[in-house]
Each structure stands twice: as structure tokens, then as C-alpha cells.
Design a protein around this ligand. Structure first.
Ligand SMILES: [Cu+2]
Length: 117
């Protein structure tokens, strides 16, 4: 019984600590969903800057008409692209800065991710 009470107290402490630290830093808005299509080496929408809040979840969905690899620089996240099949790179933008998103086989720039506090 004593052990059980100690475990409960420990769990309560952990919960308190967790709540306190996440309040200051966690972005609570919706995920940023970005959709890019590549056909005949043309990127749609045309490559541009996409603004994201630091801490925001980002989902980049890429569909290419040829096999390729999409890559988010800085975060170093990538996804293999099969012809005509959408692939999603899903991550939390926890570092600020300007990051290129590109394809490796075709060498196209898809967008620039601008992550700001
Ligand atoms: Cu790259």
C-alpha cells in the first residue's frame, strides 16, 4: 500500500513537470499542410517561401511523375517518391531558420521553409 502511494505521488510530480515546461514552448495551432506536385520537371505551386511557426507541425506531401527523393534540408528529413504516389514528410519545426526543400534526382527546388519564433 505504501509503495502504491509513492508511485502515485511520483506520477503526479511527473505530470506537473510536464505541464509546466510545455506551456511556454509548444505551438498549439494546427499543422501546416503543404502540397506540391511535380510534372514534367515543373513544380506546382511555383517554388516560394512558406512561413511556419517554430514548434508547429509540418506535413509536406509531394507527388512526382517520376521516381525521386524529396529532402528537407536542416531537418534532414526525406521521403522516397514513387511515380504518381503521394508521399508525406511529417515533422515538428523545432529549429528556426530558412530551409530548402528539394528533390535529389531531378534537383528541383520545391519550396523554402521559413521557421520563425
Ligand atoms: Cu537535399
Amino acid at each position: 500500500m505504501k509503495l502504491f502511494a509513492a508511485l502515485l505521488a511520483g506520477a503526479a510530480l511527473l505530470l506537473t513537470a510536464c505541464g509546466a515546461s510545455s506551456e511556454a514552448t509548444t505551438y498549439s495551432g494546427p499543422a501546416k499542410e503543404i502540397t506540391v506536385t511535380i510534372a514534367n520537371r515543373t513544380v506546382t505551386p511555383p517554388p516560394g517561401r512558406v512561413e511556419v511557426a517554430k514548434g508547429q507541425q509540418v506535413k509536406i506531401t509531394v507527388t512526382s511523375d517520376v521516381a525521386d527523393e524529396a529532402h528537407v534540408h536542416g531537418y534532414d528529413k526525406s521521403a522516397a517518391l514513387a511515380p504518381g504516389a503521394p508521399a508525406t514528410i511529417d515533422f515538428v519545426a523545432d529549429q528556426d531558420g530558412l530551409f530548402e526543400v528539394e528533390t535529389h534526382e531531378s534537383g528541383l527546388q520545391l519550396l523554402q521553409l521559413a521557421v520563425q519564433d
